[in-house]
Design a protein around this ligand. Structure first.
Ligand SMILES: Nc1ncnc2c1ncn2[C@@H]1O[C@H](COP(=O)(O)OP(=O)(O)OP(=O)(O)O)[C@@H](O)[C@H]1O
Length: 603
């Protein structure tokens, strides 16, 4: 699950995959949450701005015969309390509403987004100053300011909307600042800076892309709020009362609520529909422009029935020999996407012998982690895993329920993750995080679990465990955190330990120590160990057997010595070549080559 991206000037400042605006538009208009509200807003907008064409009468013309008249062919929505045509006022009423919402959005985004980028990206004084202004603005009651401005400007709705935009700016500011702060310390942003990419380009290509989705959602909500607030102001009589407006129509309707409640209905429906459409549209746009690559779907009952039916295939297969701790046969993993299934493992086989170490090796995306997650039954909810059989310690666990498979974790099977620090909760001490699972899973008492935790920490090479127990994760190094996680994994005395790239996040000297520790513990405990790695050096260092994976398939498998000596597949040869450095494994290979040359065979 790690990806190694080398940052060069060629790709600096350019995200690897950028969704084109055409593809966003296509996905938006094929999504019901985009198409339906989009059509509603478009229809209302077109109707509003074609008001001179589609009005049936002059919206200001008073016809006493039309007072509170019910809908008819000549007046499709009837007449209001003073005898004006309701339809004509409704279509004209939207013009000011949309213009007002646009002003609010432009002012809010225009002030809030640049300020948020500035504060979030540079921090320090600009951030403190802008945050102070934003907090000050948020503490001012906006409605009161609007009423004062309304008094001073004789209810000029466009000025009022601009002021409302200023009050919306802190929302944009906070959103943009938070998203920018989250991204600014990402390694790819540091890499872009180191590559000499300008701040404006980093902001434009990396940060704006990340904040686009929340800003779009915020804008849709802002449009809805602006329409609502504007209608509220018009409702209380602010603005040009002679001009048709939705808020004004609702105010008129309110006055006649007892005599003619119908007057409220058309403006309320149109306003409600438009506000709801903006909200739904924003959420859909956010979903589409978000970071998810493809929409996933939840597994249906039919999917689950199919998985169970396919799982029963394993029932007829013989159990593995006694010295096989884990055997996986014909493992396939697919993901249920919106319109199809995407298969990422295509029938993977591997096995680990009792008290032996298996290395699963392959480049990024080859399917190593998916294979072990399927073994551990830890795949995400939309994953469909099928296998001819998954035997752990002689028992086929494939037909077992999720609950029974989960019950194996922490006892029979333990797991060591890739990123030690991020797998420890920063809110709790190391001691708490070791003791808690012991009490829950192993049902140990408080005192017993504390003593056991201390003994385990000592066992993984921590010389002052009592002190370490009191530390928080941020107070320990990566290597120490990995030792803590290894101690936790050993607690249940597992028969199988799965380590997913356990040294990737550590520096080279610590990597060697952690591997050495794993090798020692595995031998002492007699556990089977699966190490997932992309580094053949690690395989050479610690593994007895190796399974080489590529594109969700096993390319080659066998004892490490044999595969190093004579890799059958060109891909395996490439992987071995890639790990050739000054490490121990390189020396071993050189010695091997030397021996073969002395014996007269080609190296
Ligand atoms: N949740 C998911 N939905 C869809 N596809 C996924 C999902 N998780 C992983 N995949 C795909 O499964 C394939 C195998 O991923 P996996 O994480 O097993 O690779 P890996 O060999 O462990 O890589 P790395 O060394 O980077 O961890 C990849 O193509 C990946 O895109």
């Amino acid at each position: 699950m790690t990806t190694g991206v080398i940052y060069s000037r060629a790709n600096a400042g350019r995200p690897k995959k950028r969704r084109s605006s055409r593809s966003v538009a296509r996905r938006f208009f094929t999504h019901p949450g985009g198409l339906i509200p989009g059509i509603i807003i478009l229809v209302v907008l077109v109707a509003t701005y074609s008001a001179p064409l589609i009005q049936m009468h002059d919206p200001a013309h008073i016809d006493y015969d039309l007072v509170n008249a019910m809908p008819s062919w000549q007046h499709i929505l009837g007449g209001d309390a003073v005898g004006r045509d309701l339809w004509s006022r409704l279509v004209w009423g939207g013009q000011e509403a949309f213009l007002g919402a646009l002003i609010v959005m432009v002012v809010g985004i225009g002030i809030g987004v640049p300020a948020g980028l500035l504060g979030g990206y540079f921090g320090g004084l600009p951030d403190s100053g802008l945050s102070w202004i934003s907090d000050a603005l948020m503490s001012v009651p906006g409605m009161i300011v609007l009423l004062i401005v309304a008094g001073g400007t004789n209810g000029n709705m466009l000025i009022l909307m601009a002021v409302m935009g200023v009050f919306m700016a802190p929302g944009y500011y906070r959103l943009t600042r938070a998203a920018t702060m989250a991204v600014r310390n990402e390694p790819y942003v540091d890499a872009a800076k180191v590559s000499g990419v300008s701040h404006s380009r980093i902001v434009g290509s990396h940060i704006l892309r990340v904040i686009a989705a929340p800003i779009i959602i915020q804008t849709s909500l802002t449009a809805g709020v602006a329409l609502g607030m504007q209608a509220g102001l018009q409702f209380i009589g602010i603005g040009d009362t002679l001009k048709p407006s939705w808020g004004g129509m609702m105010s008129d309707g309110m006055k006649s609520i007892l005599t003619n409640p119908w007057l409220m209905v058309p403006p309320a429906i149109v306003l409600g529909l438009v506000i709801a459409s903006f909200a739904i549209m924003g959420s859909t746009l956010g979903q589409i422009t978000g970071t998810r690559s493809e929409k996933v779907r939840r597994l249906t009952k039919a999917d689950r029935r199919g998985i169970r039916a396919r799982a029963t295939v394993s029932a007829g297969l013989p159990a593995p020999e006694q010295d096989v701790a884990v055997r996986v046969r014909g493992l396939k993993v697919s993901y249920a996407l919106a319109d199809r299934e995407s298969e990422v493992l295509h029938g993977v086989d591997f096995e680990v012998r009792t008290s032996k170490v298996l290395g699963i090796v392959g480049e990024s995306g080859s399917g190593k982690s998916q294979s072990v997650f399927a073994l551990l039954d830890l795949l995400p909810g939309n994953a469909i895993a099928q296998a001819e059989g998954i035997w752990i310690d002689g028992a086929n666990v494939q037909p077992l329920s999720h609950a029974r498979r989960r019950a194996l974790l922490g006892r029979d099977i333990a797991y060591i993750p890739q990123e030690p620090i991020s797998n420890l909760d920063p809110m709790f001490t190391i001691g708490h995080q070791l003791i808690e699972p012991m009490r829950a899973v192993l049902k140990m008492g408080k005192r017993g679990s504390r003593e056991y935790a201390i003994s385990l920490l000592r066992r993984v090479g921590i010389t002052d465990p009592e002190r370490v127990m009191k530390l928080y994760p941020h107070e320990v190094s990566g290597g120490m955190a990995q030792r803590v996680l290894i101690a936790g994994a050993l607690a249940g005395r597992p028969k199988l330990l799965v380590a997913d790239e356990p040294t990737t996040a550590l520096d080279v000297t610590v990597q060697a120590e952690v591997l050495e520790l794993l090798r020692e513990l595995q031998a002492e405990e007699g556990m089977a160990l699966i190490i997932v790695t992309h580094n053949f050096g690690v395989v050479a260092d610690i593994c007895d057997d190796v399974t080489v994976m590529k594109d969700g398939r096993v390319i080659e498998a066998g004892p490490v010595r044999d595969i190093f000596r004579a890799p059958a597949d060109p891909y395996t040869r490439e992987l071995i070549a890639a790990c050739l450095d000054d490490s121990e494994s390189r020396r071993e290979l050189d010695e091997h080559a030397e021996r073969r040359t002395l014996e007269g065979a080609p190296a």
